[in-house]
Design a protein around this ligand. Structure first.
Ligand code: THU
Length: 140
């Protein structure tokens, strides 16, 4: 499904922000740097990278880092997320990050980037079907 939310120039900026954020990845254990950028309904873009920890389970993924930056600035409606890796495959967002996206969007564009292939576009609804979201807790 194609979600009409942002003009192509804004999406270009989103992709650039994800690639730039990847350069700040702190990934000494996996050596798998990831950058992400989240576009919210305000039109603002927030970037994040993965930040690992010697206590491995404390690692935060790039996507959640970017989305939480937006949430901390008051953003509540997510439109699109770009995810960039320098690897030759595309990084599909992990299950935890998909669920965090779902908190701020019933559906959104997800654009996967690497250094060798054209961007690959998907959607949250495709990647997280039959999902559980905040509206399930309303009127309980
Ligand atoms: N990682 C992300 O940041 N996003 C993804 O979509 C996949 C995985 C990070 C977590 C960890 O720092 C490294 O990549 C290897 O799993």
């Amino acid at each position: 499904m194609m979600i009409q939310t942002a003009d192509s120039e804004r999406l270009e900026q989103l992709m650039r922000a994800a690639r730039e954020a990847c350069r700040n990845a702190y990934a000494p254990y996996s050596n798998y740097p990831v950058g992400a950028a989240a576009l919210f309904a305000s039109g603002k873009i927030y970037a994040g990278c993965n930040v690992e920890n010697a206590s491995f389970g404390l690692t935060i993924c790039a996507e959640r880092n970017a989305i939480f930056q937006g949430a901390a600035c008051g953003e509540r409606r997510l439109l699109a997320v770009a995810i960039a890796v320098p690897a030759s495959n595309h990084a599909s967002p992990c299950g935890a990050c998909r669920q965090v996206m779902r908190e701020f969007a019933a559906d959104c564009r997800i654009i996967l980037l690497n250094d060798s292939d054209p961007p690959l576009e998907s959607s949250l609804r495709d990647l997280l079907p039959d999902s559980f979201g905040p509206e399930f807790l309303q009127g309980k």
